[in-house]
Design a protein around this ligand. Structure first.
Ligand code: MTE
Ligand code: MOS
Length: 749
């Protein structure tokens, strides 16, 4: 089944925030962001801006009736800068005017004078200066100190991974409308409507029940709207509330890129020890997370780095420490994979380093250390229903990887200026929010008198197809066509206290809540049907919109059943609440069972490198992925392709660069290169592993949103292998992205 939205997307009919018809009298906002990365505010002059014709008001921290605070986990992020600014682009004021053009013009008339303060952009420098956002954390397994002596080989190294711009097609934005009794209705392009609602309540000092946040869909989020949509939602709410006029804000691309946080860059040191038979005996790593100027989601992202720093391997002696470092960059934030890709890059680098030193392939080390059933993760969970070996073996066999490797080495021995490279990338990714509390969801189902069904959940549709999957779940329970189902917007008045749609768990959490609601309705409907058929409710069944009695059609339709239920005053509405069972995590011990299950997969990536120019193509991405019983193979395949591409982009070409003053240099699409169709692998093969799927996945269909991102990491190591084939003296380094410029330097030094 296709994504429910695909036809409207293609026709340009889907409504995004900026397409919502504007109410008469709507005002338009523009944000004034700090021009400097760090400074004490000496003077903020808004008078010229305020006196510009058409400007209604310029808001600053002085206008805030409640708290000037939007930090979700730690209260360290003001809505508007007060006495100092901490990153270039930090919101200082909001201009509200009768049109967008005037608002933007007024922004240029605002004058900010600051006394410059030292700018830090490097997390290691921040760590040395004691600039940490919160205390570091360490995960341990076994005994690292005693383990080194038992290793036959020990290697060390340093790794760096860069930031990544989300580049959702729809930029950040919100539209707030005043309503009765001091209430507000806020349309927001957010993955977390409850966070927007809660933060508006805090900043405006009004109760949450006075704020209705509504989201139809996002033009992409990728984690960038999990937390960072909140500030913009609060700004328009503040203006709308104080002016009692509708206020809208939609960022221009250049402002969005400059003002919002990105994937956290990480720098790391590692040490890996192996036995002579290639078992990894010990792995130690210290990672420095570049958190930016405020905490945002960094503690949660740091945690997932710790969880996934051994990727798909069992390493008996492990010690991983992560520091979250305060720098003068926009607060870095969630991005597909949520810290896991950064952690996995370190272990894969350590393996590549060891393989290179031992003159063997990384595949040999990977294979010798893949997780087995009942192995313990460094966070205490025991690996169950472990599929990584099956994925890796299937990949090796299906594509005859050793033959591809052989062909590449034959090619490389006869080709002088063009080289090819191959790398494999296994992935193991835990499903659940690592913060146990967040693993809950609700769904509200109405069956209308005509038999049509309306569904509200906490899930946000952002292109990943969650609404389609949810419609399929309801249609499956009632055995009716998905045409009968309408997915409503996500709305805090209909479904309250939602978790953001993130951690790849949108379909699992909301789907299970929906399943509970639909099953509740089905139970009541069966009693009605049994009365209509004059039999026991165990003997009736709904199949393809018909009522069966003892397996034989009664001719009674779904519509007739619903009509009867209504006439006999049976409730046609149900609310479902789901909380993931079994999971817990004890932070005092850093042990527990945080994940409902793990997703497994393995990819092989091959590249061809032009050694004169440093240019390359990604030839193939061959993937074996454990979907469980996919609810929707078309959507899931799309998620794999999209995730893979985003991963390749992060590893090879997307280079976010700031100068020493903390000013973003790659601030538009002319200076920030994202993959296009020419950068896509020439051939992608996605093979579904034959498995049933775990009970805790929605209808045994495993979460799929983030794991495939990490297949892209294979592109880095495939390129590295191609470089090595040309430049025998190349000492492996681990500094992503491996852009063509960097490749060229490595070919000749
Ligand atoms: N796919 C599309 N098309 N657009 C997106 O914004 N976000 C990704 C992934 N796939 C995203 C996407 C991220 S970061 C997550 S966490 C999941 O989708 C969230 O949705 P899910 O929980 O329903 O998988
Ligand atoms: Mo996804 S990074 O968890 O929004």
């Amino acid at each position: 089944m296709n994504n429910l939205d695909s036809e409207n997307h293609i026709r340009g009919k889907s409504v995004y925030l900026d397409d919502i018809p504007e109410v008469k009298g709507t005002l338009h906002a523009a944000v004034f962001g700090s021009p400097v990365a760090h400074g004490r505010i000496l003077k903020l002059d808004i008078s010229k801006a305020e006196s510009l014709a058409g400007v209604e008001k310029v808001f600053t921290f002085k206008d805030i009736p409640g708290e000037n605070e939007i930090g979700g986990i730690i209260a360290d992020e003001p809505l508007f800068a007060c006495d100092s600014v901490h990153f270039s682009g930090q919101a200082v004021a909001l201009v509200v005017a009768d049109c967008e053009h005037t608002a933007r013009k007024a922004v240029s008339l605002i004058e900010l004078v600051t006394e410059p303060l030292g700018v830090i952009t490097d997390p290691r420098v921040a760590k040395d200066k004691g600039e940490l956002l919160f205390p570091p954390r360490t995960f341990r397994l076994g005994n690292i100190t005693g383990a080194w002596d038992r290793c036959d080989h020990v290697f060390e190294g340093k790794t760096d991974t860069g930031a990544q711009e989300h580049l959702y097609i729809e930029t950040q934005g919100a539209y707030a409308l005043p309503a009765d009794n001091n209430s507000l209705k806020v349309y927001s392009s957010t993955q977390g409507p409850t966070a927007v609602q809660k933060t508006i309540a805090r900043v405006l000092r009004i109760p949450m029940n006075h704020i209705e946040v509504d989201v139809a869909r996002l033009g992409g989020g990728f984690g960038g709207k999990e937390d960072q949509a909140t500030g913009f939602g609060v700004m328009v709410a503040l203006a709308a509330h104080l002016l009692q006029r509708p206020v809208k804000l939609a960022l221009h691309r250049i402002d969005d890129i400059r003002m919002t946080g990105k994937r956290h860059p990480y720098s790391a040191d590692f040490r890996i020890g192996l036995s002579s038979d290639l078992k990894i005996i010990a792995f130690q790593a210290t990672l420095y997370q570049n958190g930016g100027a405020a905490t945002d989601l960094s503690p949660a992202i740091l945690e997932r780095t710790l969880f996934h720093s051994t990727n798909a391997y069992f390493i008996p002696n492990t010690e991983i420490t992560v520091y979250s470092c305060r720098t003068n960059l926009p607060p870095n934030t969630a991005f597909r994979g949520f810290g896991a890709p950064q952690g996995m890059f370190v272990i894969e680098s350590a393996i590549a380093k060891a393989a290179s030193e031992l003159n063997i392939t990384a595949r040999q080390i990977q294979y010798a250390n893949l997780l087995n059933e009942n192995d313990e993760f460094q966070y205490g969970q025991i690996a169950k229903d472990t599929r990584i070996r099956q994925c890796y073996d299937t990949l090796l066999k299906r594509h005859n990887i050793e033959k591809i490797a052989e062909e590449i080495s034959v090619f490389n021995s006869s080709s002088h200026t063009v080289k090819r490279g191959l790398a494999l990338m296994p992935v193991c990714f835990g499903i659940s929010f690592t913060n146990t509390t967040m693993n809950q969801a609700r769904a509200l189902v109405h069956i209308y008198q005509d038999g049509s069904i309306g569904i509200s959940t906490g899930a946000i549709e952002m292109g990943q197809g969650v609404n389609t999957k949810l419609a399929q779940v309801a249609a499956a329970v009632f055995s009716v066509s998905t045409d009968r189902v309408k997915m409503e917007s996500t709305n805090t008045t209909r479904v309250a206290n939602t978790s953001p749609t993130a951690a790849s768990s949108g379909a699992d959490l909301n789907g299970n809540a929906l399943l509970i609601a639909c099953n509740g309705l089905l139970k009541r409907l069966k009693i009605v049907a049994a009365k209509m058929c004059e039999c026991s409710d165990n003997d009736v069944k709904i199949e393809n919109e018909l009522i069966l009695k003892n397996g034989i059609s009664t001719g009674i339709t779904w519509q007739q059943l619903i009509h009867k239920a209504f006439l006999t005053r049976i409730s046609l509405t149900e609310n479902g609440h789901y909380s993931t069972p079994y999971i817990y995590f004890d932070k005092t011990k850093e042990k527990g069972h945080p994940f409902a299950y793990h997703v497994y997969g393995a990819a092989a990536v091959t590249v061809t490198l032009d050694c004169i120019r440093g240019m390359y193509t990604i030839d193939q991405a061959l993937i074996v992925h454990d979907f469980g019983s996919s609810l929707n193979p078309v959507i899931d395949k799309g998620q794999i392709e999209g995730g893979l591409m985003q991963g390749i982009g992060w590893m090879t070409m997307e280079e976010v660069s700031y100068n020493n003053d903390g000013r973003l240099l790659s601030n538009s699409l002319s200076t920030y290169k994202v993959p296009d169709i020419y950068s896509a692998p020439k051939f992608v093969d996605i093979h579904a592993l034959e498995t049933e799927g775990p009970e805790l996945a929605i209808m045994k269909s495993k979460a799929v949103g983030e794991p495939p991102f990490m297949y892209g990491i294979g592109a880095y190591f495939a390129l590295q292998n191609a470089i090595k084939a040309f430049n025998k003296g190349y000492v492996l380094d681990f500094d992503a992205p491996l852009t063509p410029e960097k490749v060229l330097m490595r070919l000749y030094t």
